[in-house]
Write a protein that binds this ligand. Structure first.
Ligand SMILES: [Zn+2]
Ligand SMILES: [Zn+2]
Ligand SMILES: [Zn+2]
Length: 104
């Protein structure tokens, strides 16, 4: 009887719960940092145009998305290993963990 109950509990765990990552959990329990800039400064320096902006939830760095020429948000993650970004676009509030590749 006991083993049947365990099997039922496993079936009741939704797939998204298994994909949750610790980085997003930490970011849930801490307030988002203030943005360090209102655009991608690396793009300003190199004369590129960001397509869309992403906010690093570890330090507040603002970088451009992977559709932009510079991909500076990803470059910031690779440099610092900061795991989670949030969309910095008006009306968008999704977050992405680079390490676990989880979108929430
Ligand atoms: Zn993660
Ligand atoms: Zn950029
Ligand atoms: Zn950062």
């Amino acid at each position: 009887m006991r083993s049947e109950r365990v099997a039922v509990a496993e079936l009741l765990t939704p797939p998204w719960a298994q994909e949750e990552c610790d980085h997003l959990r930490v970011s849930d329990s801490t307030p988002d940092p203030a943005a360090l800039s209102d655009t991608c400064l690396a793009c300003v320096e190199s004369g590129q145009n960001p397509v869309a902006l992403r906010l690093c939830l570890t330090c507040g760095h603002v970088g451009c998305c992977d559709s932009s020429e510079g991909k500076h948000a990803t470059a910031h993650h690779e440099l610092t290993n900061h795991p989670v970004i949030r969309s910095f676009e008006a009306g968008e509030s999704w977050r992405w963990c680079y390490i676990d590749e989880v979108l929430t």
